[in-house]
Every structure is written in structure tokens, then in C-alpha cells.
Design a protein around this ligand. Structure first.
Ligand SMILES: [Zn+2]
Length: 324
């Protein structure tokens, strides 16, 4: 999985803040409790004395018996503190540091591996990033309605649009559920308003929630951003995002104004991701033949040869919805 530097930095800051807040609460509670129950203060002092005893014991020949004694005294003092807290109406763990994640003590790592709390935060940021640039929040599997697709069999294909779309919906759900870095790329093809953007974003939603970084661009924005960065000498931020993310979604390929520059950019991105086996979802109104005319045979054959095609069927849902 890949995360942006900004998201990693932000996650580390959030976790560090959780830790310092928890430690501040613990210190405040300790001061308040010692004032009210001085006996607890004495046990706490004993506990901190044990820590230096532990260091000394490491140099001693009688290390094991000293260790046993220290552990024993420690446990007794801890027990005593807990029972004094309860006697005075506090919960017994009142002086434990109230970490948000007790598993890692708000360090973000357990035995050198990222803790689940850290992964969770990064996933939330992935979803936030995705929602910031797309209507992903409204494009989910549970609000994708097959009711808009006709159940009358199409004479040419011998199948109704609804049946066809049922299959595509099932395919997309399974693709999202199983999504990982070995997933194939998908080519969604069909006329405007058949739900291509909706389904590609529904997949994006699931993948981002699983912790994968998903980047969504309309082909138009992707290419104009790359072009602007290239010719203004700015850092190629867009291109690195498109190449580096776990799942790239290019919406409405073919709708953009194409030039030699845009054609070569699209080729570079698609080719690079194919070579590194990184999944892409392309949606387009263009048939493979039209795609070939607009781009080159080189790009089209890369897509046809490496992507799973999904051919959408039906009538423009946006028009049906607005007529309702
Ligand atoms: Zn944690």
C-alpha cells in the first residue's frame, strides 16, 4: 500500500497528539489523586524507586532473585494503589494513561509494525482525499439501482440491459471486495449515463476504506493538470500521484481535447502502470474502434490486451431520473 507523504505526516501528528493528551490527563489525575490520598503518593514514589533498583540489579550477580523481589514489590504496590482508588470512589484504572489505542500506547507501532490504529487513520485520509475530488460519497453499491435498466431483451445481444448490468454490478462488487495490488485493470465502456462513474467510484470507495490509496481523475483534469505542471516548471505532482497510487481511476477517457502531448501522456501512464502491474479503471464512451481513432493503435492494444472489458448497456439514466 502506498500513502502520500502529507497523509503519513498528518497521521503521525494525530497519533503524537493523542499520546501527549493522554499523558497530560494522566499527570493531572495523578496530582489530583495524590493531593486527596497521600498514601497513593507514597506507593507511586516506591514504584519509581523500583525502576532505578531494576537498573542496579542488572549489574548484580544475584540478578534473578533481585528481579523477583522487584516484580513482587511492584505488583503489591500496584494492587494497593488500585484498591485505594476504589475505596475512595475512583475507577481502579484511574491512574493508567488513557491512550486512545491501548494496543500501541499511541505510538502507532507494535513490535516495529504499523498498529491497526495507524492503518485506520491512513484509510480515513484515503477516503477523505477521494471524496475531496469526486462524488464518491454518493456513489456506492447500495445505491446503485438496476431498476433504471430495461428488462426487455435487446435484439442484437439477446440479453436485457438489466441482466447485463446485474452481471456487471456483481463483477464490480467482487472486484472491490477482493481488491489488492494483484487486481487486474478494468475498461468500462458504454454510452453516457449508464453508471460507469458510479460503479468505478463505488469500487474506489471500498478500496480506499481497505487502506489503498485511490486517485480519481476525469481524463480532462488529469491531462490539463499534467500539462500545466509540465509547462510551468512546477513539480509533476499529478503525474506522480497517477503513477504512484494503488488504484488509478480515469473517468471519461476520450472526452478531453487530445493533442500529441495528451496522447503521449496517456500512453506513458497506462504503459507504466501495466509494466508495474498496478491496477487502473478506465471509463469511456468510446468503443475500442473509436478509442483507436482518437488515440493510437499502440494505446488501444495495450488497453484491450491487458484490461478486463465491461460493456455497459441501457438508456441514459440521468435522463430517466430527470423525467421522473
Ligand atoms: Zn495503535
Amino acid at each position: 500500500m502506498s500513502y502520500s507523504k502529507a497523509n503519513l505526516r498528518y497521521t503521525d501528528e494525530v497519533i503524537a497528539k493523542r499520546k501527549s493528551d493522554a499523558e497530560m490527563i494522566q499527570r493531572d489525575r495523578q496530582i489530583q489523586v495524590i493531593r486527596k490520598i497521600p498514601e497513593i503518593g507514597r506507593y507511586l514514589k516506591e514504584l519509581s524507586g523500583l525502576a532505578s533498583g531494576l537498573l542496579r540489579s542488572m549489574e548484580s550477580d544475584d540478578f534473578e532473585s533481585m528481579m523477583r523481589e522487584i516484580t513482587d514489590t511492584n505488583q503489591k504496590a500496584q494492587r494497593k494503589i488500585r484498591s485505594l482508588l476504589v475505596e475512595n470512589g475512583y475507577p481502579e484504572d484511574y491512574l493508567d494513561t488513557p491512550y486512545t489505542c491501548p494496543e500501541c500506547g499511541d505510538s502507532g507501532f507494535v513490535n516495529g509494525y504499523a498498529c491497526s490504529c495507524r492503518k485506520e487513520l491512513l484509510s480515513e485520509l484515503n477516503v477523505r482525499d477521494l471524496e475531496a475530488v469526486s462524488p464518491a460519497r454518493n456513489c456506492r453499491f447500495d445505491n446503485f439501482s438496476l431498476g433504471y435498466y430495461s428488462d426487455i431483451s435487446d435484439a442484437q445481444y439477446g440479453v436485457s440491459p438489466r441482466e447485463k448490468m446485474e452481471d456487471i454490478l456483481e463483477y464490480c462488487k467482487a472486484y472491490a471486495a477482493d481488491f489488492d495490488m494483484n487486481s487486474n485493470s478494468v475498461y468500462m465502456c458504454g454510452a453516457t449515463g449508464l453508471g460507469k462513474t458510479h460503479l468505478s467510484l463505488a469500487i474506489a470507495n471500498v478500496a480506499a476504506r481497505k487502506g489503498y490509496s485511490v486517485v480519481y481523475y476525469s481524463a480532462q483534469n488529469l491531462l490539463s493538470d499534467i500539462e500545466r505542471e509540465k509547462f510551468s516548471g512546477a513539480r509533476p505532482h499529478t503525474e506522480s500521484k497517477a503513477l504512484g497510487c494503488d488504484l488509478l481511476i480515469i473517468d471519461d477517457l476520450g472526452s478531453e481535447f487530445s493533442t500529441q502531448f495528451t496522447v503521449s501522456q496517456i500512453y506513458n501512464i497506462l504503459n507504466d502502470r501495466i509494466n508495474r502491474s498496478k491496477p487502473v479503471i478506465i471509463s469511456t464512451n468510446l468503443s475500442p474502434e473509436e478509442l483507436e481513432k482518437k488515440y493510437t493503435q499502440r494505446i488501444t492494444s495495450r488497453i484491450i490486451g491487458n484490461y478486463t472489458p465491461l460493456f455497459f448497456m441501457g438508456s441514459d439514466i440521468r435522463q430517466i431520473k430527470s423525467a421522473e
